[in-house]
Structures are given as structure tokens and as C-alpha cells.
Design a protein around this ligand. Structure first.
Ligand SMILES: Cc1ncc(COP(=O)(O)O)c(C=O)c1O
Length: 312
């Protein structure tokens, strides 16, 4: 056993929730004990939708918006959930409290669930399931690296078209995103931006993308998840009197951008410093991006966005 493994084992023995907490469909358990049934169609056919919300300094950020989007996702798949939205919301809060996490990455999912084994082809007979977990906050790009910016590529892998999989239902069809990410790493970049089949910007593996040109923010209006961080960028831009618009963003506009940033729950606003090896905004984070990034983290102290966790 390595020193690191020994440390993890010791801390788990002291507190089984030290690595996080999971909800296995019926109860909250230590994260490494949380399991799902093998015959769940969420696992077998990716017949699942999910959401991820953050907890920052002891409060959920925009929990209601995440629960509303989650509801739109599971209703979009025709699921009938075993818990109400309010009950699922409370399970998330209880899970974070149980794990004692002040800064957390909180995942929830709804699956088509378990078949009637006598007639597994009848989808109407499935029993939908709700699972969740809370672990320490996850950064797609480390905060220190965000200060210098990220190298990205335009992937040769097109985003799965919305006609095949609806990107506004947050889903597990990550095959294109994972391929694009691997392509980026193979080229020495950190991650990738994917285009749609018409050559317009879509999104990246776990994030939305904004382009800044002549002081205006542009982000794709189609073939993307309607990110909650993207929504926050629109809110902050309005407060800061920066024009922001959702529209088609052709790859030529992307390549001519003054600034580019990625945004997501798992990392916030992440500046791009190069695209396909060419510097963006002089090879460093752009000034408007950094102003928005500062405002984004400040917004976490705003009570209109936060739901405090009671840890007692
Ligand atoms: C494909 C995709 N787009 C965008 C996002 C950003 O969404 P949000 O800001 O709600 O985290 C995510 C988040 O995981 C994602 O998976």
C-alpha cells in the first residue's frame, strides 16, 4: 500500500464520510459504499440524465436553477421519479451536511431504472431511480492555471447533433466529448472546443464557451447545454453593462476572437490563452474575461444565489 493509499484508509477509518457521501436510491452512505444495480438502464443504455451543482463556502450556488433544469431533463425523458423535486433537493442538502463538505461538487442523476425482469422490453414497466453523490469541489482547470489561461484546440470530432441527442437534457452521451478531450491532450493542449456539423461553435467536454469581440460577448444559441454558469455570465454581463448575445458563432468568429473563455460549475470562468497553438488575447487571460471571473466568484456571496447548508 502506498503512503497516499494508507492516508486515505486511515482518514476513512476515522470518518467514513471523509471522501464524500452518496445516495444509493434509498439512503445516504459513505461515497465508496454507494452502489447501483447492474441492470439499471442508466448504466446499460445511458438512459439517464444528470445535473451538477456546487457548494461554495457552505452554501449551494443557484440550487433552484439546477433543480429546475434537472426537472426539465427527467421530464424530457418521460421519467416518473420516485421522489418529489423538493425531496431530492433535501437529499442533496442532507448529503453535503453528512459529509461536512464546505466546498463540494454535487452530482445527481435520474435513470430509467430497473426493468420488470419478466418483460424487460416494456419500458413503461421500468422503475425510475434517483442517485446522487457529494465530493470535494472539482476543478476542470486548477485555479492557479486559470490565472495564466488554458491551451485549447478546435476538435476534429463534431458535437453529437441535437437531432440525435438533445443537449439541453444534461446527458451521459460523452463519446464525442471524451474523444475530443483525448485529441486535445494528444496535441499537447488541455481540452477541446467542438463544432456542429455546419462549422459553428457548440461546446466542450463539460463546459460552455464564450467569445469576446469588440467588447461584446457571444455564445452559441444552439447545440449546447443551457449552462447555469452561462446563465450567470449573462446576469453578470447585464449588471456590468457588457453586451451579451446567444447566436450562431462560426469557427471564423472563434478564430478572430479578442478573448475566449470556457465556463462551467466545476471551475467557473476559465480563460483561454491559445487556440490550435495560436495565442488568444496576446497569450494571456483577457481583461473582460478576468473581470467577469472576479464578479462570478463574488456572486457566490450574494444571498439571492445561495442556499446555506445546516451542518448541525
Ligand atoms: C456538455 C456541457 N456543457 C456545458 C456545461 C456547463 O454547465 P453548467 O454551467 O450548468 O455547469 C456542462 C457541465 O457539466 C456540460 O457537461
Amino acid at each position: 500500500m502506498s503512503v497516499e493509499e494508507a492516508k486515505i484508509t486511515a482518514s476513512q477509518e476515522a470518518d467514513p464520510y471523509s471522501l464524500g457521501a452518496g445516495f444509493n436510491g434509498t439512503e445516504i452512505v459513505p461515497i465508496l459504499e454507494a452502489q447501483i444495480p447492474l441492470v439499471d438502464m442508466g448504466f446499460l443504455h445511458s438512459d439517464v440524465c444528470y445535473d451538477v451543482v456546487s457548494v461554495w463556502k457552505g452554501s449551494f450556488f443557484r440550487l433552484n436553477e439546477h433543480m429546475d433544469r434537472f426537472e426539465r431533463s427527467y421530464e424530457g425523458l418521460g421519467f416518473s421519479m420516485p421522489y418529489t423535486k423538493e425531496q431530492m433537493r433535501q437529499i442533496l442538502i442532507d448529503m453535503v451536511a453528512r459529509a461536512g463538505l464546505r466546498d463540494a461538487y454535487v452530482y445527481m442523476c435520474a435513470t430509467r431504472g430497473l426493468p420488470d425482469l419478466d418483460d424487460p422490453r416494456d419500458m413503461e414497466k421500468y422503475h425510475q431511480c434517483f442517485y446522487a453523490f457529494a465530493i470535494p469541489f472539482v476543478w476542470i482547470v486548477d485555479p492557479e492555471d486559470q490565472k495564466i489561461g488554458t491551451d485549447v484546440i478546435v476538435s476534429s470530432v463534431p458535437r453529437i447533433p441535437k437531432e440525435s441527442v438533445d443537449p439541453t437534457i444534461k446527458n451521459h452521451h460523452w463519446g464525442d466529448l471524451t474523444r475530443a478531450d483525448r485529441e486535445a491532450r494528444g496535441k499537447g493542449a488541455k481540452t477541446a472546443l467542438l463544432l456542429d456539423f455546419d462549422g459553428n461553435l457548440a461546446e466542450g467536454p463539460g463546459f460552455n464557451v464564450f467569445v469576446i469581440k469588440d467588447g461584446k460577448l457571444l455564445t452559441p444559441d444552439d447545440n449546447v447545454l443551457l449552462g447555469i454558469t452561462r446563465l450567470t455570465v449573462f446576469d453578470l454581463a447585464e449588471e456590468m453593462n457588457i453586451e451579451a448575445k446567444a447566436c450562431k458563432v462560426p469557427v471564423e468568429t472563434l478564430r478572430a476572437a479578442d478573448e475566449i473563455f470556457m465556463c462551467t460549475t466545476a471551475g467557473g470562468i476559465m480563460p483561454v490563452k491559445s487556440l490550435d497553438g495560436k495565442p488568444v488575447s496576446g497569450g494571456k487571460p483577457g481583461p473582460i474575461t478576468m473581470k467577469l471571473r472576479e464578479a462570478f466568484w463574488k456572486a457566490h456571496d450574494d444571498t439571492k444565489y445561495s442556499t446555506p447548508v445546516n451542518y448541525d
